[in-house]
Write a protein that binds this ligand. Structure first.
Ligand code: PLP
Length: 491
């Protein structure tokens, strides 16, 4: 008999019941063949005497082993290790492998470098980061939202939404959004044209998956929002790039490309081009819509920052002028309220919405109905509009303050146009400077400029990156500019 008394170790302080600890140790003995197939286990009374446990604990352990199929119990003969347990082929115990830095898979898969993004490392609290244009999380209306959320969660009728439901998103939010988007963005849709997503990115992912067959052509700006380039390239698209000037995408270049290639879609951030922040002018908007109709391509309009405009009324999206069903319009409340709330929408003709809903089922069975109901109420009672009014006022002041400071302190080193909206500037370094070196020196000032390369994936050498301003109040903006200036002086 194997020396159970020394092998079996029971931890009385563990939260794991004793009979489970015992069972797991028997499983290990069976797996490592200390107890080979058909080996007889000691009788329950014998084992309980040997290891000093109650007999009932040993019986419970044997029952558990039998239920899991490791042993069989033969009446009047005893308990035996199952005869067909194969040897587990492994080099090391998985416990040793898991959680290690050099964690390896035991199967082959391709690691695609285009998916790899280096997110900024987190430094100590006194570091500052250049961001792409993100909202100030301190302005999140979390109290108002949590009151609505709690009220909805406590309603008896909310139980109707606790189970599996529709993949299209909560019907109430779809209805509310249809009205809200018709009113604010000049759309002409019903709830059937809406799929609720977990943010604009999901809408773009679904679109790319459905539109692109290998090697299909998609037109994007040069430069462009790098994540969407990846979203298209991953399922196999070939990207055709057109210039972006101060009026946005060059639609004449698009027209030329359409004559040469069967273009599947054009991606645009028409309101404020990402990354350069320019607005697509009216003439080019109409031109693009006409081209889409003539060449039967889709326009994927990503209206990620529609709510943020400081100098004029918002420019209505291309989707509001689309009469031929060419525009797929995506947006979200993620920038407007807070990125943590993953609620967005994809607006398109019904057949496309239906297919997106069908596909969505396979990556995300459904959205968060309670959160969606919360936002439906937040929109309906006017809270979203009030929140937008409040933050737009703050961000406009911040934009003006930040731009003034940057001009006063740093115009020897860089240039930028004051953006009409959005949350970021497109900042170009003067010829003698490079972001690569600036990034290195800035670190000494506890200023982190991560991912500057993603603004120039094709090495166009425009020497510009986005610098978000919305997240900095006046004190933070001053500190930011101070660190930036010191960086440039040390260059
Ligand atoms: C241009 C652009 N589109 C889409 C997104 C994704 O937005 P969401 O959080 O709604 O998925 C971002 C996020 O930064 C963005 O900058």
């Amino acid at each position: 008999m194997i020396p159970y008394k020394t092998i079996i170790k029971i931890d009385r302080t563990s939260k794991q019941p004793v009979y489970i600890q015992l069972t797991n140790q028997f499983i290990d003995l069976i797996k490592e063949r200390t107890l080979p197939p058909q080996a007889k286990l000691p009788g329950s009374r014998t084992l309980s005497d040997l290891i000093g446990l109650h007999r009932k604990t040993v019986v419970a352990c044997y029952e558990e082993l039998e239920m899991q199929g490791w042993v069989i119990s033969v009446p009047k003969k005893g308990t035996f290790v199952h005869k067909d347990i194969p040897i587990l082929q492994q080099q090391e115990w998985p416990e040793k492998l898991l959680g290690k830095k050099d964690d390896k898979t035991g199967f082959a898969f391709e690691q695609n470098p285009i998916l790899c993004r280096n997110f900024p490392q987190h430094y100590a609290d006194d570091y500052m980061y250049v961001n792409d244009g993100v909202p100030d999380e301190r302005l999140t209306p979390i109290k108002d939202l949590s009151i609505i959320y709690r009220k909805i969660a406590n309603k008896k009728s909310t139980f109707d939404y606790m189970n599996y439901g529709t993949t299209y998103g909560n019907p109430e939010l779809r209805e509310t959004l249809a009205g809200y988007l018709n009113e604010t963005r000049g759309l002409n849709i019903t709830k059937d044209n809406i799929l609720i997503t977990r943010g604009s990115q999901m809408g773009m992912f679904l679109t790319a998956q459905l539109l692109i067959k290998n090697q299909d052509y998609i037109i994007v700006g040069e430069t462009n929002y790098s994540s969407v380039n990846t979203t298209f390239e991953f399922p196999g698209a070939k990207l055709l790039k057109v210039k972006v000037d101060k009026h946005g995408l060059d639609t004449h270049a698009i027209e030329k490309l359409c004559k040469k290639y069967a273009v599947k879609a054009v991606y645009t951030t028409s309101h404020h081009h990402h990354p350069t922040t320019v607005t697509l002018c009216a003439e080019r908007r109409m031109h693009l819509l006409n081209l889409a109709k003539a060449h039967h391509f889709a326009i994927l309009e990503d209206d990620y920052d529609y709510d943020f405009h400081y100098n004029h009324a918002p420019i209505l999206p291309l989707a509001s002028h689309d009469t031929c069903g060419n525009v797929i319009y995506v947006g979200s409340i993620c920038k407007t309220v807070a990125p943590v709330f993953r609620v967005g929408y994809l607006i398109a003709p019904k057949p496309f919405v239906n297919e997106c809903a069908n596909l969505r089922r396979f990556i995300d069975r459904q959205g968060d109905a309670i959160l969606e109901l919360t936002f439906s109420s937040f929109i309906k009672d006017g809270s979203l509009d009030r929140h937008i009014k409040k933050v737009v006022k703050i961000y406009k002041e911040r934009r003006d303050f930040f731009c003034k400071l940057l001009k006063e302190e740093l115009s020897d080193y860089l240039s930028f146009e004051i953006p009409k909206g959005g949350m970021a500037l497109w900042v170009t370094l003067n010829k003698n400077y490079s972001w690569e070196t600036v990034t290195d020196i800035a670190k000494q000032q506890k200023l982190i400029i991560s991912e500057w390369k993603r603004y120039d994936m094709t090495n166009a050498n425009h020497n510009a990156i986005r610098v978000g301003f919305a997240r900095y109040d006046e004190t933070e903006a001053k500190e930011f500019v101070k660190r930036f200036k010191k960086t440039m002086q040390d260059y």
